[in-house]
Design a protein around this ligand. Structure first.
Ligand code: TXD
Length: 322
């Protein structure tokens, strides 16, 4: 075979490490590969799991028509020089386990994974997916030593995608025509913004009566719980993986898209020293800008309530974990 041209042989291929080869992590790995975004290193504590998933995904490359590679490992040394590290590692809540217990357990896991991953990829951008999201993102940033714009949490893109879906279903239009915006903390704490949610540029408030819109907002708020009720064990993972993939893509391709992500606030929206979902420009450097929208008094109050709850949990986690 003729030798490759030097510029092809030496061009930098992006690499994403996904920590946690569970449902979200392995589905995200698949999305990244099949969208031809980057090579993937999939890491998990469980021996054999990331290796098995990686081999399975390697064997699908010919059918899927891409040449990206994936390596499954239990060793952080193999994650070296990653451009992005996505943290999906964590334990699900078990019967008898409180949210606080879960926060302690997952907090320890997130702290350990960030420290280990950054030893080998000190300049990576970090995307946190593990719940409770806003608290875990704060812990990840705190132990990373990275500037805040290199660390972000995934929740708003998922919550907005759910709102987008329900609006599209309601109106019988393609979801691609719907642009939805959800701020605030993840889950019960989210703050959907109908005023900034549009269908081909038309505010959704012009198209759906208020009472019905409130029902769609409520369904969005319970978007995760509705799926858990069906599945009984485990939670949603296809849409969470898609939403994380959107963030990975915007960073790797330098798209500078405006996405709602959990970002470190330093006075924006009158809030500081916490990670909370706000619209950001997400590109090559990570969070390139935080956009401050004008909110109604009601929306501002909801965002504040969300922030207070997140901050209380962060303080509790900091007191015991760091
Ligand atoms: O919107 C969002 N942010 C979320 C968050 C949407 C969906 C899921 N969300 C949370 O992501 C969920 O509550 C969990 O905290 C994570 C991962 O969810 P997933 O559904 O993928 O959980 P799994 O299938 O239980 O996978 C977790 C994996 C599993 O393979 C464990 O072995 C692994 O994490 N794990 C670890 N990997 C590496 N290192 C350590 N220490 C570790 N501990 C567990």
């Amino acid at each position: 075979m003729t030798a490759l041209l030097p510029q092809i042989a030496y061009c930098h291929l992006s690499q994403v490490t996904v920590v946690g080869a569970g449902n979200v992590g392995s589905t995200l790995a698949q999305r990244i590969l099949e969208r031809d975004l980057a090579n993937v290193i999939l890491l998990d504590v469980v021996e054999g799991r990331p290796q098995g998933i990686a081999l399975d995904l390697m064997q699908s490359r010919g059918c899927e028509g891409h040449n990206r590679t994936i390596l499954g490992t239990n060793d952080y040394a193999e994650t070296a020089d990653s451009d992005i590290v996505v943290i999906t590692a964590g334990l699900p809540r078990r019967p008898g386990m409180s949210r606080d217990d879960l926060m302690q357990v997952n907090g320890q896991i997130v702290i350990e994974t960030v420290q280990q991953a950054l030893t080998y990829s000190p300049h990576a951008c970090i995307i946190v997916v593990t719940n409770p999201l806003d608290v875990m993102t704060y812990l990840a940033w705190k132990v990373s030593g990275l500037p805040p714009y290199r660390v972000m949490g995934m929740a708003g893109v998922l919550d907005s995608a759910r709102f987008q879906t329900f609006i599209a279903m309601e109106l019988g239009v393609p979801p691609g025509d719907v642009s939805a915006m959800v701020l605030g903390g993840h889950g019960d704490l989210m703050v959907p913004l109908p005023k900034y949610s549009t269908v081909s540029g038309i505010p959704v408030t012009e198209l759906i009566p208020d009472a019905r819109l409130q029902e769609l907002i409520e369904r969005t708020r319970n978007g995760g719980a509705e799926i858990v009720q069906f599945l009984k064990q485990g939670g949603a993972y296809y849409a969470p993986a898609s939403a994380t993939g959107v963030m990975v893509e915007s960073i790797l391709l330098g798209q500078s898209r405006i996405l709602p992500v959990a970002a470190y606030l330093e006075g924006q929206y009158g809030l500081e020293d916490l990670f909370l979902g706000v619209p950001c420009r997400v590109g090559k450097k990570g969070i390139e800008a935080i956009l401050e929208l004008s909110l109604t008094a009601e929306e501002a109050a909801a965002l504040k309530r969300s922030a207070q709850s997140v901050k209380g949990n962060v303080n509790a986690a900091l007191a015991t974990l760091l």
